[in-house]
Design a protein around this ligand. Structure first.
Ligand code: HEC
Ligand code: HEC
Ligand code: HEC
Length: 343
């Protein structure tokens, strides 16, 4: 036997013994899932092995949301996923965190949450399987209770709003026959100018994804659509699930700068002595139904290029959302579903 063969054999024996030791070790602690291993296989691709985060993925190490004494929203984030802007250590992230409730058991989620709370420099106590199981099946709160606890501080107890917060009572967006837009607002939040019954609001509605389950969002949306003088139909959990991640107007702004500004102008003012129309104040852009604008962007028209195939539905939604809110435009956001619906 050569020296290298002996070394290789010795390594194999050591590996085998190590393997035996871990198997017998885990047999002793029954089936307790290993939070570190779950983190490595399910979370580290985005949040990184050291919990440092990367690009759009926020750090979990040194993150006070992760080590908070109240673990309710941490557990809901991992169960239900979340999207939309989030501030971590003074930096804004805006991506989509997947939901794990259908892929991981309550035991697994408790183990991985316990791991992220105690790994790296984090030093927070464990989360139990019971806490996760309770968050998974919240004692169904009624829509009116959720409204009172979560929404009334801003929108007021009778949905009448204030000068800073739009009314939900008698608001045509809330009571619209198609609830898609209002569901997306509750799921993803929104900011920027919003006109309700002739008054312009310009605030920030928080995102509720991860903070409320889909069932709770459906309950509160059903409540606001039918409370006070509103008389619109209910919203299902499936409709909430379909609202999807937020379309990011920051992404839209960068697409606009690279693909559209050369013709339509950096500030949507148009160009080429009238050859390229202004998008600021444009009627098609500001129409309450975005289908006309989406169709033009997808298919092009005379000198306007077709973007279908060059931009994804998400990118078209993002750039349309940006254009419809920039430079005084008041067209309202566009979802990926809106884009998919325009053939
Ligand atoms: C596909 C990438 C991806 C994977 C995989 C992923 N995450 Fe995330 N996670 C994100 C993104 C993006 C955010 C920020 C979401 C936002 O902007 O609202 C996030 C946010 C979070 C937050 C909230 C942080 C805060 O400050 O509130 C926690 C906690 C978290 N993830 C834990 C996990 C755990 C645990 C796993 C594995 C079970 C996991 N993530 C897997 C992308 C991912
Ligand atoms: C921190 C204050 C705050 C809280 C809490 C809040 N909202 Fe809002 N909401 C706003 C603001 C501000 C806007 C307008 C955003 C804009 O100007 O783009 C808004 C807008 C909305 C809209 C869109 C209205 C329209 O005309 O399109 C709906 C629907 C809504 N909120 C529902 C809710 C529900 C349901 C809750 C509770 C789960 C809630 N809000 C909690 C501040 C809040
Ligand atoms: C090569 C120049 C060019 C580029 C690049 C371009 N456009 Fe256009 N766009 C035009 C022209 C020209 C028209 C007018 C078409 C016509 O004759 O009706 C137009 C029309 C439009 C309209 C319809 C306006 C109306 O009132 O009907 C929208 C919306 C629009 N463009 C959005 C965009 C967006 C978003 C992008 C980037 C993804 C973009 N355009 C890139 C040249 C361009």
């Amino acid at each position: 036997m050569s020296r290298w063969t002996i070394v290789a054999l010795a390594c194999a024996v050591v590996a085998l013994l190590a393997g035996l030791r871990t198997t017998s070790g885990s047999a002793a602690t029954a089936a307790a899932p290993d939070g570190k291993a779950i983190f490595a296989s399910k979370c580290a691709a985005c949040h990184q092995v050291g919990g440092t985060g990367l690009g759009p993925y926020p750090p979990l190490a040194g993150n006070s949301d992760v080590t908070a004494a109240d673990t309710a929203s941490l557990i809901l984030t991992v169960l239900n996923g979340r999207s939309g802007p989030i501030q971590v250590n003074g930096k804004t992230f805006s991506g989509a965190m997947p939901a794990w409730k259908d892929q991981l058991s309550s035991d697994d989620i408790a183990a991985v949450v316990t791991y992220v709370r105690s790994a790296w420099t984090n030093r927070a106590p464990a989360v139990t399987t019971q806490q996760v199981a309770a968050a998974r099946n919240p004692a169904a709160l009624s829509g009116s209770q959720i409204f009172a606890a979560r929404c009334a501080t801003c929108h007021q107890a009778s949905g009448q709003g204030t000068s800073a917060y739009p009314p939900l009572n008698g608001n045509p967006h809330v009571a619209a026959a198609d609830p898609k837009g209002m569901i997306a607002t509750i799921v993803n939040g929104r900011s920027g100018p919003l006109v309700v019954n002739g008054t312009t609001y310009n605030g920030r509605m928080p995102t509720w994804k991860g903070q409320l389950s889909n069932a709770d969002i459906a309950a509160v949306a059903t409540y606001v659509r039918s409370a006070w003088t509103n008389k619109a139909s209910g919203v299902t959990e499936q409709q909430v699930a379909a609202a999807g991640p937020s379309v990011l107007s920051t992404v839209g702004a960068s697409i606009y700068a690279s693909k559209c500004a050369a013709c339509h102008g950096a500030n949507g003012q148009g160009g080429g002595r009238g050859t390229f129309p202004a998008l600021a104040g444009d009627a098609v852009v500001n129409s309450s139904d975005p289908a006309g604008m989406i169709g033009t962007v997808e298919h092009g028209r005379s000198m306007m290029p077709s973007w279908k195939g060059q931009l994804s539905a998400g990118d078209i939604a993002a750039v349309a959302t940006f254009v419809r809110a920039a430079w005084g435009n008041k067209g309202g956001p566009v979802s990926e579903q809106d884009v998919a619906a325009v053939k």
